[in-house]
Design a binder for this molecule. Structure first.
Ligand SMILES: [Fe+2]
Length: 417
């Protein structure tokens, strides 16, 4: 099968050419197929043709393919390479397996949650943003996402209803970094994006708590006050100084919309910066999938559908489609039911066969707990696992008592034995 460079990003499509499948050769780098990526098992980030079998697999889905015209991409990349520079974008390859990163990152994530909360509490009390603290934390997050982009995404599923705002800020930071990695941003840009994500809603610290934490929908008047958070955020960050220009822009403009219907200024498409467009998507996704006191979460797949529908009106169309690729159909931490009725948790994305992630199966067909077993659904593709192991549905976190949080705790107990 064609080897896929996990989470790698393929550079500019303008540098690819369309060829008939018969011209496809081993060593070529395929960047695009004729079909919409949703209709194929491939994630359109590019993959290397390594054998005749690969060509046959591709032929099932496409008569013509787009291949990279730059020959340097026609050779195998070193799987241990950290960064491979493309002319305009960076190609990233996971450095370590998700399990290893998961164990390493737990402490980082726990500290980041605590620090985000204390940073925001301090803003509420003193109107001062501890930018040094923010920078150190974001640096740790970028390093983790560069080692493996799945582990922190899993962590971001573990949330606490009671500290919504601070966890939302941290999750937007993490998701924005993972999204930036998918977009091929260089390391400094990932860091800037992380800071923008972490501080995008810092203005909410100037909103009265009874409105911010109201356990129900806001009235029109309350909504007007809530919407001031973007200007408050801009002001707070402007007074923080020290090169936070992009964070100022994002705090101010992350609720602007492509169709000009956003707030606070109703900017038009051309006036909205790239980072604000990125954060607008990540912000909406995290808000929709969060478990709020007054609003149950929706599964990631449904949130992605909404983002897809709103592309070109609310969200930047191109970025919205890229974001869908970043999160994938079954992001780490998703609770899924298989065709055979078994229930499990996704712990590792398969970036080539998006519908075939690695799972930890926790319940049998009758929904009774079973000894945890790891199942790699990619084995279905290889004929080593029966098709009843295909995913039937994504369930809401907490279904049948299964949640990412609970497993994380059990996993830790398991490790400490
Ligand atoms: Fe906001």
């Amino acid at each position: 099968m064609p080897r896929h460079h996990s989470n790698g990003h393929f550079a500019n499509e303008v540098q690819s050419k369309k060829i008939h499948i018969s011209e496809l050769k081993i060593g070529m780098w395929v960047s695009k197929l004729e079909k919409d990526w949703l209709e194929t098992p491939f994630l359109m980030q590019g993959f290397l043709i390594e054998s005749i079998d690969d060509i046959e697999t591709v032929a099932q889905y496409s008569e013509y393919v787009w291949v990279d015209v730059r020959e340097e991409h026609w050779v195998s990349l070193n799987a241990n390479a950290t960064l491979t520079q493309a002319p305009t974008k960076t190609i990233y390859i996971n450095k370590i397996p998700v399990r290893e990163e998961n164990e390493r990152i737990y402490g980082v994530y726990r500290d980041a949650r605590r620090l985000t909360k204390s940073l925001l509490d301090e803003v509420r009390l003193t109107s001062v943003i501890n930018t040094q603290q923010a920078k150190t934390m974001v640096r740790d997050c970028v390093e983790s996402v560069l080692r493996n982009s799945d582990a922190l995404m899993w962590m971001s599923k573990i949330r606490d209803r009671d500290s919504y705002t601070s966890e939302h800020c941290l999750n937007v930071c993490i998701l924005a970094i993972a999204f930036g990695r998918q977009l091929g941003y260089d390391e400094n840009a990932l860091y800037d994006l992380g800071i923008c994500g972490l501080l995008h809603d810092v203005g909410k610290m100037k909103i009265p708590l009874e409105i911010l934490n109201k356990p129900g929908p806001l009235t029109d008047d309350e909504m007007k006050i809530m919407k001031r958070h973007s200007v408050y955020g801009r002001n707070l960050l402007m007074s923080a100084g020290s090169g936070a220009a992009q964070a100022v822009d994002v705090a101010w403009n992350h609720h602007e919309r492509i169709d000009g219907q956003g707030y606070p200024r109703g900017l038009n498409d051309a006036q909205i910066s790239r980072y604000s467009r990125v954060i607008a998507i990540v912000d909406a996704f995290d808000a929709m999938t969060a478990d709020r006191v007054y609003q149950p979460p929706i599964p990631a797949t449904q949130a992605l559908k909404i983002i897809y529908q709103d592309k070109g009106t609310h969200f930047d169309a191109e970025l919205a489609q890229e974001f869908i690729k970043t999160v994938g159909l079954y992001p780490p931490g998703s609770v899924v039911e298989l065709m055979n009725g078994e229930v499990g948790l996704v712990f590792e994305t398969n970036h080539k066969y998006r519908q075939l992630p690695k799972l930890i199966v926790l319940l049998d067909a009758d929904k009774n707990p079973v000894k945890e077993k790891i199942v790699d659904l990619a084995q279905v593709e290889k004929g080593q696992l029966n098709r009843s192991y295909l995913i039937k549905d994504v369930l809401i976190d907490g279904s049948f008592g299964i949640s990412a949080k609970e497993y994380q705790q059990r996993g830790l107990m398991f490790r400490s034995r």
